[in-house]
Write a protein that binds this ligand. Structure first.
Ligand SMILES: Cc1cc2nc3c(=O)[nH]c(=O)nc-3n(C[C@H](O)[C@H](O)[C@H](O)COP(=O)(O)OP(=O)(O)OC[C@H]3O[C@@H](n4cnc5c(N)ncnc54)[C@H](O)[C@@H]3O)c2cc1C
Length: 693
């Protein structure tokens, strides 16, 4: 009876037919959870059934806004692989075949498809990352193989070398005549690059460096392109210069050297170089990772990548940078592009998974109210909880990484010191935060699709296995987050010394002041929807949390360092520091999302984005509600209102979920999962055909 009344009330507010509204109400009844525990609140939710039609999203318009500048080249990549079915990676393939196929894909794309990514590494990084994203969606192994060739091997030559290196190697790298490796990691040292032990000793008699692996722990390990295809490697080694004292040599710190590893004609391993295959991996088996040992391998002095430090013919060292640590920082700083690329590509992977899981969840029907048709699994609150905040996060990450790519491109042009610092922190933080989020989400998507999510053809297995290592390479996530925390503490100290804050950190000044004042007991109780959906409230809450974590960890560090020393104190506060870094990154992501909503010119798209952004913000606040409650930033009534609204927004986002995933503009030949095709009526047909029906 109550439902009948609500139904007619909804009809007054909407243009929908009675049947549609009644169905919506049935679904809403399904959606209600024990937390919506009073009839008034249920009615309030049901009343909103009439409002739901309000957002009329045009996929095309939203897509247009999301697309960015480089869609054309992505389409060229897709078109090339579509025209060459024999280059598409089959579901079942051996490691060795996969490696060969991956090399063929890369060579085909460059030489036949005419896509030349290398020139964009420096000149137009946004275009390079767009190609990398598209290529990664064809096969993630290909994306990484391309990254090793152009961003790591090629990038080290261009960014750490000088004109002579560019002149000599550019064309060969560009057209893949010179496949190469980036040999930094050793068996005993990955994250701790300063601990590398490979040595490069200058021999003034022959004007050469001698590359040596001094012990087994210094064997270069995990080196992409080394096991099969690489002809060269950029080898990171300690530069040793002969001296006339009793020690005989001086360690000038880690430098990068170009070392030929295979013969250009015969492809045989060169004398003094020993190469082994790192073997079958959990994923990315199209990439040939190998281990390298060097025994007195001689290379010309010119092969030192000498942008930040050089050795003259008579063995004198020169550098524009005064200390080993400054040179080391400058060297590693040039490599942040890899992190930017991984963060960006990780969002690409997340998009594919969210598209497949959401489309399938809209299609798949299980159970329903008595004597009524079954409902789609996305009508279940639990499924919405699994997928809708994830969809919202995908949008949030999309805008955050677009901004990162823009800043990175600006930095490559201006070399502005402040910008370099900002991009360093942002790329570390976003890479760590996004790749961890995507890795977890890939499992959630698989589960959300039940048994059919487990069929390899539906892709979650390969996406999960291939993407998993994104959390580790180009900087382990836990290590990267510590760098972000370290930079936050530096900014914090500068604030109290009256220094200026750079753009990305500027918010700290204001939010630190509001944090240092007590939370306002009146606003802590505000619970209206308008207030909770106000971006100022959301951003303040995120920033307040960061400031609180920053202030408290700074005090703890100071206290513990008296007894434990700097290293011990840092370790005692490590989890706190990691939470601080994540909190800062979440604040940044929300800020960029709010800006993107504001800048969207189309009213309906803006309304859709606002809804998604609100879900992103409130879901995150709810996830950490304990922190807000502990300090009375949020009173109990407000906490409850946040929870209910987040639930309700999940439901509303679900109502436009199809349009939202379609707006990612990923054609079926990119998502390539039968259960996730754009036309739902074809999904089961394609899936059954796949096994031979
Ligand atoms: C498939 C693949 C491809 C790769 N390709 C290349 C390549 O082409 N070239 C190359 O040079 N390298 C490559 N690598 C190596 C990669 O960059 C390293 O694996 C990575 O840097 C992490 O180093 P690690 O493996 O030594 O991990 P470790 O540093 O040993 O980390 C192990 C664990 O210890 C934790 N840990 C480490 N230090 C700290 C700390 N300070 N605080 C808290 N926790 C800590 C980490 O969080 C992690 O959980 C590749 C690796 C793989 C698996």
């Amino acid at each position: 009876m109550e439902l009948q009344k609500i139904s007619s009330k909804c009809l007054q507010n909407s243009e929908e037919t009675a049947e549609v509204v009644n169905r919506r109400i049935n679904l809403l009844t399904l959606h209600l959870s024990p937390v919506q525990d009073t009839p008034v609140q249920e009615l309030e939710l049901l009343r909103c059934a009439g409002k739901m039609k309000a957002i009329n999203v045009s996929t095309e318009t939203l897509s247009e806004y999301m697309r960015g500048k480089h869609r054309d080249i992505q389409e060229e990549v897709f078109a090339y692989f579509n025209s060459r079915p024999e280059l598409q990676t089959p579901i079942e393939i051996s490691k060795d075949e996969h490696r060969e196929l991956c090399m063929k894909q890369l060579v085909g794309l460059v030489r036949e498809g005419g896509i030349r990514p290398f020139r964009y590494v420096v000149d137009d990084p946004a275009k390079y990352f767009a190609i990398a994203e598209a290529v990664g969606s064809v096969d993630m192994s290909l994306g990484i193989k391309m990254g090793v060739q152009y961003s790591l091997w090629g990038g080290s030559v261009i960014n750490l070398g000088t004109k002579k290196h560019r002149d000599k190697y550019f064309d060969g790298i560009d057209n893949v005549d010179y496949p190469g490796c980036f040999a930094m990691t050793e068996l005993h040292h990955g994250s701790n690059v300063q601990g590398l032990q490979t040595v490069a000793t200058f021999d003034p008699l022959t004007d050469e460096f001698i590359i040596d692996t001094p012990n087994d722990g210094a064997i270069k390990w995990w080196i992409g392109n080394a096991a099969v295809h690489g002809k060269f490697a950029t080898v990171f080694a300690r530069l040793m210069l002969p001296t006339h004292d009793t020690k005989g040599v001086t360690d000038m710190g880690v430098h990068a050297f170009i070392v030929p590893i295979r013969d250009m004609k015969t492809h045989k391993t060169l004398p003094g170089v020993e190469i082994h295959d790192c073997g079958h991996k959990v994923g990315l088996n199209g990439v040939d990772n190998g281990a390298l040992r060097f025994r007195s391998v001689r290379i010309p002095r010119d092969n030192l990548l000498n942008r930040f430090g050089d050795v003259s013919r008579d063995g004198r060292y020169t550098s524009s940078l005064p200390t080993i640590s400054k040179r080391f920082a400058a060297t590693l700083g040039e490599l942040v592009g890899g992190r930017v690329g991984l963060a960006y590509s990780s969002v690409g992977v997340l998009k594919i998974a969210v598209v497949i899981a959401t489309r399938y969840s809209l299609l798949r029907q299980q159970f329903g109210p008595p004597k009524q048709p079954e409902v789609s699994i996305l009508d279940y609150q639990s499924q919405q909880h699994k997928l809708m905040p994830m969809l919202a996060s995908t949008y949030a990450f999309h805008f955050a990484t677009l901004h990162l790519v823009e800043k990175y491109s600006e930095m490559k042009k201006s070399h502005d010191e402040e910008l370099i610092g900002d991009v360093h922190a942002l790329s570390a933080g976003l890479k760590a935060y996004i790749t961890s989020y995507t890795a977890k989400s890939l499992s959630t998507c698989r589960e959300a699709c039940g048994g059919h999510g487990y069929a390899a053809v539906n892709r979650f297995g390969s996406l999960r296995n291939d993407h998993d290592i994104f959390q580790t390479f180009e900087g382990d996530n836990t290590v990267l987050l510590q760098q972000v925390a370290g930079l936050l503490l530096k900014q914090y100290r500068e604030k109290f010394q009256g220094g200026t804050l750079t753009v990305t950190w500027n918010y700290l000044r204001q939010s630190m002041n509001s944090y240092l004042a007590q939370p306002n007991p009146v606003t802590a109780r505000w619970e209206s929807e308008d207030h909770l959906r106000n971006p100022n409230f959301q951003l303040d809450a995120f920033r307040y949390r960061t400031s609180r974590l920053l202030q408290s960890v700074a005090i703890r560090l100071q206290k513990h360092s008296k007894t434990l020393g700097g290293f011990g104190a840092w370790n005692r506060c490590l989890n706190h520091l990691l939470t601080l870094a994540e909190s800062h990154i979440e604040s940044f992501i929300l800020e960029k999302f709010i800006e993107a909503v504001k800048n969207c010119p189309d009213e309906n798209s803006r309304a859709a984005l606002k809804l998604v952004c609100d879900l992103y913000a409130l879901d995150r606040i709810w996830n950490d509600i304990g922190t807000y409650r502990n300090v009375d930033y949020v009173a109990p009534n407000k906490a409850k209102a946040i929870h209910k609204l987040a639930d309700y927004l999940c439901f509303q986002v679900k109502n436009i979920a199809r349009e939202l995933v379609d707006a990612f503009d990923l054609p079926d030949y990119v998502t390539r999962a039968p259960i996730g095709v754009q036309t739902p009526s074809e999904a089961y047909t394609q899936y059954t055909q796949n096994v031979g029906f």
